[in-house]
Every structure is written in C-alpha cells, then in structure tokens.
Write a protein that binds this ligand. Structure first.
Ligand SMILES: NC(=O)C1=CN([C@@H]2O[C@H](COP(=O)(O)OP(=O)(O)OC[C@H]3O[C@@H](n4cnc5c(N)ncnc54)[C@H](OP(=O)(O)O)[C@@H]3O)[C@@H](O)[C@H]2O)C=CC1
Ligand SMILES: Nc1nc2c(ncn2[C@@H]2O[C@H](COP(=O)(O)O)[C@@H](O)[C@H]2O)c(=O)[nH]1
Length: 325
C-alpha cells in the first residue's frame, strides 16, 4: 500500500475546460441537501457554537453542532422554527439515548445526526445507529471516527448513511503519542484505502492545513472534509481570545482534552492558540474560490471532476515520480 499525506502529494492538471473559474461549481450533495462547499467546521466547542451554526445553515453551508454541555432538543426546535436544517452530534451514552427519546417524543427530526466518538468501530456505535434508525428513521446518520476499510464496511452495514474517517490526524490530537494508534501522518492514504470499499459518502476528518488539501481529499474519495484548526482562529470563533505580544489569538482545544472534559481522564487532546485571521465568512469565500480553481486545474466544471486527475508522490525514501492513476 502507498503511504502518503497531504504535504507529499500533488495533483496533476488536465486541459482547462472553462473560460473563468467562476464557471466551476464547488457545491456538493450530502443526504437530501446540496451545500455550496465540501467543507464542514469541526463539531468542537472552540470551532462552532449555535450562532455560527445558524449562520452556516442560513448561508448554504453544512454544519455539525458539537455535543458538549448542550441542549440538542432545544437546538433542533430553534433551528427548525427558523426554517433551517438541524444537524447535531451524539455520543453513545445513556444521556444520548435520552436525547433521541426526547426528540422522537416531541416530533422533532434532525435532518443530520453525527455519532462522534474516538473509537467509532464499536458495538456502542452499532447500537446507537440502530436506535436512531428505529426512532428517527428520516435522519441522515453520519458515524465515526474510524480508520480502516473493515470499519467502513461495518458502519455502512450497521446502517450509517456516511462515515467519518480520521483517528489522530488533528492539530490538537495527541492520540498517536498517547496510544500508538491512528492515521496521523498518513491520513490521505488512509482515506484512499477506506474509499475503495465505501459505497456511501465519506467525510475526511482532521489534518487539513491548506485550502489545497480540500481538493486532495476529494481526489482520494472524500465527499466532504471536516476542518478544525484552520477554522478556529476567526473573530467570531467561540474560543477565548488571548493577546500575546500585542497579537490576537483564539484558543483551540481538543474535545478529548482536559479543557473540554473538565478532568484529566483518558486525555487525547491538547490546547493551542490560533492567530485571529479575519472573519469565518471571508475564509469560507476564499476556500470556495480555491476549490473552484482546483476544479479548473482538474480540467472540469464540477467538484467530482477532481476525482479524475492523476497525482505524484513527492519526497521521502519511498517517493514515486511515476504518474499514479
Ligand atoms: N478523531 C480522533 O482522533 C479523536 C477524536 N476525539 C473526539 O473527542 C470527543 C470525545 O470522544 P470520546 O472520549 O470517545 O467520547 P465520550 O467521552 O462520549 O466516550 C464515548 C464512549 O466510548 C468509550 N470509548 C472512548 N474511547 C474508547 C476506546 N478507545 N475504546 C473503548 N471505548 C472507548 C467511552 O468510555 P470510556 O471513556 O469509559 O472509555 C464512552 O463510553 C469526541 O468528539 C471525539 O470525536 C477523541 C479522541 C480521538
Ligand atoms: N485525537 C483527538 N482528535 C480530536 C480531538 N478533538 C478533536 N479531534 C479531531 O480533530 C479534528 C480536527 O482536526 P484539525 O486538524 O482540522 O484541527 C476534529 O474534527 C476531530 O475529529 C481530541 O481531543 N483528540
């Protein structure tokens, strides 16, 4: 198997088919809806909050609200009362089952539910998918996180409508160091490996450091990418603002860090500071323009035309200058 990551892959251009990049369509379909960009901000406390999710939904972007110290039922009610789609996160513990019961009892059906635990290839996830499909059958269920084709096959067979790939590639992740496991350092080839067996959409989660990494993810099989650190340092980001030597930063911490958990138990995340770089809206517009450029370099007009390009693997002992189909 080829092992590579975002920074040692480059995609190869094909003859341009547009006169302007504005002709390139960066939108993507997930479930019953179309979104203007194949990007979703990570469902983390320092990346999204209710206000940001409302703005994202209102402006045609996909979002997944985080699940920490949060009233999912009220959130679904509020979003749908505003005519917006509801997209929530759940774990696999009793309070998460209680949330599903409360939603069903109130006749509230979130359009998207993401089951989000560290080791998603687990019977606990199988049970929660089954429960959701029984109680809220119209919800589109995303499940993860996982790292192998076996896990993707199981989650799909258990009823997941999409899977989320990535254990340990995140910027505030310390899973690799603490446990010796994960896709940190080879997330892109793990994505390729998983995509070979997937029959449903994949969300590539973690490790995106540059806008060009979005196109690389699409090339290797992602339908969408989940991004934390690149989207955490904005004026409206929920993390605390910190000033260091006259420069403004936002705190960004892992969901499995002691900062999020409130205790030092099974900690697999850390806290960092991200420089504040304007507004989220500006960054998303720039991302859209960059994905449009990617599509044009791919010789296409639509997002999935990026899947057709060849690539080279750069650098390292196992580098290959051969064209890879
Ligand atoms: N993508 C990634 O690399 C990672 C992401 N995270 C994120 O951190 C957040 C918290 O995750 P998590 O701690 O799972 O959530 P929870 O604290 O909600 O735990 C979910 C359940 O899974 C169990 N569990 C967690 N990890 C394992 C494991 N390795 N083996 C067996 N059981 C496990 C927990 O039990 P118990 O705690 O008793 O073991 C608990 O019952 C999530 O948003 C998750 O996505 C966390 C780590 C890695
Ligand atoms: N191992 C851990 N992974 C975590 C934790 N909190 C979040 N995450 C994952 O990281 C991505 C975001 O990655 P980034 O490279 O874009 O910053 C996020 O979506 C989660 O999957 C954690 O505490 N430990």
């Amino acid at each position: 198997m080829e092992i590579f990551d975002y920074d040692n892959i480059l995609l190869l251009p094909r003859k341009c088919r547009v006169e302007s990049r504005a002709e390139c369509d960066a939108s993507v379909v997930l479930g019953a809806r179309s979104f203007r960009l194949p990007v979703v901000p990570a469902n983390m406390k320092t990346v999204v909050d209710e206000k940001i999710c409302t703005w994202l939904a209102h402006n045609g972007y996909f979002y997944v609200m985080h699940r920490f110290d949060f009233d999912n039922v009220q959130f679904v009610r509020d979003m749908q009362a505003r005519g917006l789609f509801a997209s929530i996160s759940l774990g696999v513990k009793q309070p998460d089952y209680d949330t599903v019961d409360q939603l069903a009892a109130a006749g509230l059906v979130p359009e998207y539910v993401t089951i989000d635990i560290a080791h998603g290839h687990a019977d606990s996830v199988k049970a929660m998918i089954g429960y959701l499909k029984k109680k809220l059958p119209a919800s589109f269920v995303i499940a993860g996180n996982v790292a192998t084709p076996e896990a993707v096959i199981d989650l799909e067979n258990w009823g997941a409508d999409a899977t989320k790939i990535g254990i340990g590639p995140g910027k505030v992740c310390i899973t690799k160091l603490k446990t010796g496991f994960g896709t940190g350092g080879w997330q892109l080839s793990a994505l390729k490996w998983c995509a070979r067996v997937a029959t449903k959409p994949i969300i590539a989660d973690g490790g995106i450091r540059h806008h060009g990494d979005i196109a690389k993810s699409i090339r290797f099989g992602a339908t969408m990418v989940m991004i934390g650190s690149l989207l955490a340092g904005h004026e409206e980001s929920p993390g605390q603002t910190v000033e260091v030597d006259g420069k403004l930063y936002k705190e960004y911490y892992g969901s499995a860090s002691d900062f999020n958990k409130g205790e030092y138990r099974h900690v697999e995340g850390k806290r960092i500071l991200e420089p504040v770089k304007g507004t989220l809206a500006e960054t998303l517009v720039e991302m859209e323009q960059d994905v449009q450029s990617s599509i044009s370099y791919a010789g296409g007009k639509k997002l999935m035309d990026i899947r057709k390009v060849n690539y080279v693997i750069l650098g390292g002992e196992n580098a290959s200058a051969d064209l890879m189909a």
